[in-house]
Write a protein that binds this ligand. Sequence first.
Ligand code: PEP
Length: 250
Amino acid sequence: SDRPRPLVAGNWKMNGTRGSRGVVEAVRDGVDPALAARIDVLVCPPATLIGAFAEAVAGSAVRIGGQDVHPAASGAHTGCVSAEMLADCGASHVIVGHSERRADQHETDAEIRDKALAARRAGLIAIICVGETRAEREAGHTLSVVSSQLAGSLPDGAAAADTVIAYEPVWAIGTGLTPTPADVAEVHALIRRELVAKLGEEGRGVRILYGGSVKPGNAAELMAVENVDGALVGGASLKAEDFLGIAAAY
Ligand code: PEP
């Protein structure tokens, strides 16, 4: 089929120590050749673990990514990490504009776009996150919010090889709540239309992930929705068995 190749990505958030290496090794060992032939599997640990995890998965089908990046390549930005540094540690992807950073660090669409451009500059794939809050959904603003976040945070010239979109309703993250398949389909169809409007045919190949309380028990239903090309998984990615159970939904 001409569906994009699925990506199942884990966002560990601020969890994990060097002792967590066994989890990524279990993910590595659980991604058998049949699964690796069908989907891409990515683990995004805290920055402190990227190097060790990249070593742990070297030679396997599992990829390692960052959770954030600074737009600049280097310089006077205490505490920050550049895309070039992530790549140097063995990362191939980086999440940008996660809702926790939009909220906690007040990240704007323009900053997120600059982070995605930094990822491209360093040869990383940017996973650009968008999604409405509960209040925005209840006010009927879901489509306009997602559309405006996408317009502001997707760089010109984005391509299927360097960009992934993650639709993550803020109210579904870490809550056990999920939108209905019909609601997911509506938002993913909007994102697909806007990708094609901005990028032309290239926009059909950009993967659109769903994220928000994905578990082994609901993954198959969510992943079957049209224009859902994979999952961004928070809590359930911390346990290899659960993460692999979600990947197996493909
Ligand atoms: C996330 O934060 O990206 C996420 C999807 O979290 P959870 O799966 O825990 O809802």
